[in-house]
Design a protein around this ligand. Structure first.
Ligand code: GCO
Ligand code: MG
Length: 412
């Protein structure tokens, strides 16, 4: 079975998505997600100009060989653009292999290790009443684990706070706060770490008083703290029993988490902007984290993320795969199949896509009683409707950026 056609499809139903669509000489179609939020067209070029010519005529079954060929053959290694492009090829080939075998992909990855994947959603509010309404809405929608992000008095716009609420279909309201606005220039947010550190423990105390001790609660600090600030926050949050504190320090500095770890037992998660196993070497070997946050889409696909998670398993570190709306339904399906099969699955981030996105990408997953399941269709269980996709051309979008009160650009 040879790769006969390789197309890169860019569509922007609710936001931009980049999809690689491979067709074999006997007509099997495989899909891979290559969406890199705010830098989408760099991956399109990497695929179209440099990878597609290498794929035509290759054995579609040779997944490991193709991975090594694309990774080592490029010579220039790692990085989000390269690893998203390789991920798209890898996932499309797994989709093809599973369809050829007539099985849902998780069966090829070892079979189901559980009934479904515990998923968490994003609740947020500018103040506590708004935040609590958002938590209640998520509970009504079936979530059994919830990330909470709150406004900070004195700051106008910060990461993770819903700016608008959109009514969608029969599932209620989607809080559309995922960053990357369709805009000619990035939006500016503001930040003050001392105000945040003072305010956040009160938010968690109020949330525990309101929703009780059982509900798993998570929080994302989005890389904005120094190691000692993160250590202080982790300690302050210990009474509220977080499921995890995410990205507390800038992700480039693996050593930072050694200091954080010395001071707090709050579980730590990191990795959404990592792209290879080498970004995790220190973190895994020294047991400095509890959850691996990488997405299949940005980490070289199923082949490479499985490798990372198998290393992590030796140290009791679990998966917590990245799943905001900038991971396409194809990338989400890949995460669900891998998560269902892995022994050391922890939790899956899951935000709902909009109705237009769901019409472009027809999906077979289910979400019931807090658990996701990828479904039992052969392959990933996602079909790309090219006519629908063609209705929504690419629109330039940028992630926001952040300034401190004195104007200094800060981690966003
Ligand atoms: C998360 C992430 C996202 C990122 C986004 C950037 O935890 O889901 O932090 O909200 O900011 O994926 O493109
Ligand atoms: Mg995050």
């Amino acid at each position: 079975m040879k790769i006969d056609v390789a197309e890169v499809v860019v569509t922007s139903p609710d936001r931009n998505f980049v999809t690689l669509r491979l067709t074999t000489d006997d007509g099997v179609v495989g899909l891979g997600d290559a969406t890199l939020n705010g830098r989408e067209l760099a991956v399109v070029s990497y695929l179209q100009d440099h990878v597609v010519p290498l794929l035509l005529g290759r054995d579609a079954h040779a997944i490991e060989d193709t991975w090594q060929f694309l990774y080592r053959g490029a010579y220039w290694r790692r990085g989000p653009v390269t690893m998203a492009a390789i991920a798209a090829v890898d996932v499309a080939l797994w989709d093809i292999k599973a369809k050829a075998a007539g099985m849902p992909l998780y069966q090829l990855l070892g079979g189901a290790s559980r009934r479904g994947l515990l998923a968490y959603g994003h609740a947020s509010g500018r103040d506590m009443p708004e935040l609590f309404d958002s938590v209640r809405l998520h509970l009504e929608q079936g979530y059994r684990a919830i990330r909470i992000q709150s406004g900070v008095p004195g700051l106008n716009a910060i990461y993770g706070i819903a700016s608008n609420a959109t009514a969608i279909g029969n599932i209620g309201v989607r809080y559309d706060h995922e960053p990357a606005q369709r805009a000619p220039l990035p939006a500016e947010e503001d930040w003050d770490t001392r105000s945040y550190l003072r305010h956040l423990p009160d938010v968690f105390e109020a949330a525990r008083n309101e929703f009780g001790p059982e509900l798993p609660l998570l929080h994302d600090a989005h890389h904005r703290l120094t190691p000692i600030q993160a250590a202080k926050l982790g300690k302050a949050l210990e009474p509220y029993d977080l499921f995890w504190l995410e990205d507390c320090t800038p992700a480039e500095n693996q050593d930072a988490l050694r200091l954080v770890r010395q001071h707090t037992t709050t579980p730590l998660a990191i990795g959404e902007i990592f792209n290879t196993v080498w970004d995790y070497q220190t973190l895994i070997r020294e047991q400095l984290i509890d959850y691996v946050r990488s997405a299949v889409t940005h980490t070289g696909g199923i082949t490479h993320l499985k490798r990372i998670l198998e290393c992590a398993a030796q140290y009791q570190i679990k998966s917590g795969m990245h799943g905001p709306t900038d991971i396409s339904p194809v990338g989400m399906a890949a995460a669900m199949h891998l998560g269902l099969a892995l022994h050391n699955f922890g939790i899956q981030e899951y935000m709902r896509h909009g109705a237009r996105t769901d019409a472009v990408f027809r999906q077979s997953f289910t979400f019931a009683d807090g658990l996701l399941h990828p479904g039992d269709e052969p392959g990933l269980g996602v079909a790309l409707d090219l006519d629908e996709a063609g209705k929504y051309p690419y629109q330039r979008a940028y992630l926001p950026f952040n300034r401190l009160k004195d104007g200094t650009v800060h981690d966003w």
